[in-house]
Design a protein around this ligand. Sequence first.
Ligand code: PEP
Length: 259
Amino acid sequence: MNPKYRKTIIAGNWKMNMLVSDVKPFVEELKGYIPKTKTCETVLCVPAVNIAAMLKLGKEARIVCGAQDVSKYDKGAYTGEISASQLADAGVKYCIVGHSERREYHNESDMLVNAKTRALIEKGICPIICVGESLEQREMGLTMAHINYQVRAALAGVDVTMLRHCVIAYEPIWAIGTGKTATSDQAEEVCREIRLIIRDMYGARAARSISILYGGSMNAKNAAELLAQPDVDGGLIGGASLKPQDFATIISATGADNE
Ligand code: PEP
């Protein structure tokens, strides 16, 4: 992390877990553990049905509400979709795009990830753009080439001003929900590479300012070591974000103190 130049962000991804009635007890419990800090932004990307409750109740624990998906369209006959305008109107500040589960189970292409990214930026929502290689790609030595392709594709048509509203998350697919975490060296190596790609595309200042997160089985035990890496500016956390005490421990591992 380098809090002098960029925001530290711990973002939870609840995926398809938790009921509306679970939000209050979760926030109440989290409040008891969470450090009162301004140095780390705490985001929870919740299922769409939980957004209203999280916006209302999350403030007490300084939680910023995020979404998990968005339509590339702005309005119209797209049954089941939610637009960036609707998310912005509700008060959502962040939204995950390009998560490997959506790429795999919903066949989301890099072009679609790019369209969603631009739709969000246009409405003032910060996309958390997920990129990451499969185990097969890693074993074949294709990690950096794949990351390079995904980052450039997601950011096609995004200019340097728009980039200020983006976050990138490096999420090796083999580490998501598997309990297999990347080593801190592996996480740093790819996050540094992402920063170099951004430097190549947008220049040194943009590269120094963009927050790059690591995601993939980050938990209360391994967070401190991963977050200590110079190019890892926070985490995208699935499983551990469902447990208030573990999630708070990860936030504390950013070095966030009570103020
Ligand atoms: C995720 O879903 O983005 C994720 C990183 O999940 P987990 O922490 O459970 O591996």
